[in-house]
Design a protein around this ligand. Structure first.
Ligand code: GTP
Ligand code: MG
Length: 216
């Protein structure tokens, strides 16, 4: 029997190659969106990267696409303030979202982002999977569970991706994985495999490319 919420395995060579080829082609920034009305026409399937502020969403998009400055990453939480669309080949949109759980911006602004984020996650027809990023140093928090609940209700499959694994020991990772698995257990929309990544060192990037390449 498969362990619930196991670690996503290294892809088979042909799957890895399909993933590599997808991102070796054209990847372009399309637009930054500040209101639902501004979303590009829903002509392709899309996957999004959601997670707490500073968890590493933009960095992971840069790592997956192999383009360093594509999504703006920064040490300042709250860097990404729009829904940023990237077109991958002719096939798919990658979507970089503003972070949630960030308290250090004016309340009105935080509320505007959060509203947009929630409308997007619950209401985008072509959204095939949400990657919910969790910092390997902290594990899933209450705000992550709030987003997971929203995705359950919207029936959007979400897959948990641990970020910054280069920053933790094996023992620390086991501890935060246990916290995260416990959180995921209550969510019917959770995909049963977790991806371990480091945008910095490259861990899990091949796996994530292969996973995204299989989504249609
Ligand atoms: P917001 O847009 O503010 O929500 O943040 P974000 O989730 O897009 O995070 P971002 O990619 O901007 O990264 C935040 C910080 O974490 C930056 O200083 C990154 O360099 C750092 N970081 C991201 N991924 C990794 C990683 O895998 N390892 C390490 N060590 N640092 C990382
Ligand atoms: Mg960002």
């Amino acid at each position: 029997m498969q362990l619930k919420f196991s670690i996503a395995p290294t892809p088979e060579p042909d799957e890895a190659e399909t993933g590599r080829l997808l991102f070796a082609g054209q990847v372009d920034f399309v637009k930054g969106v500040v209101a639902m009305a501004g979303l590009p026409p829903a002509t392709r399937v899309e996957v999004c990267f959601a997670g707490r502020s500073n968890v590493g969403k933009s960095s992971l998009i840069n790592a997956v696409t192999g383009r360093k400055g594509l999504a703006r990453a920064s040490n300042t939480p709250g860097r990404t303030q729009e829904i940023n669309y990237f077109a991958v080949a002719e096939r798919l949109f990658l979507v970089d979202l503003p972070g949630y759980g960030y308290a250090n911006a004016p309340l009105a602004i935080v509320e505007r982002w959060q509203k947009l984020l929630k409308s997007y996650l619950a209401g985008r027809q072509t959204l095939r999977r949400a990657f919910v990023l969790i910092d390997a140093r902290h594990g899933a928090k209450a705000v992550d569970e709030e987003i997971m609940t929203l995705l359950d209700r919207a029936a959007v499959t979400f897959q948990c991706v641990m970020t910054k694994v280069d920053k933790v020991s094996a023992a620390e990772l086991e501890a935060t994985l246990a916290i995260t698995r416990a959180a995921l257990a209550g969510h019917p929309a959770a995909y049963p495999e977790i991806v371990l990544t480091s945008a910095e060192k490259g861990d899990g990037i091949e796996t994530l490319r292969a996973i995204i390449a299989q989504i249609d």
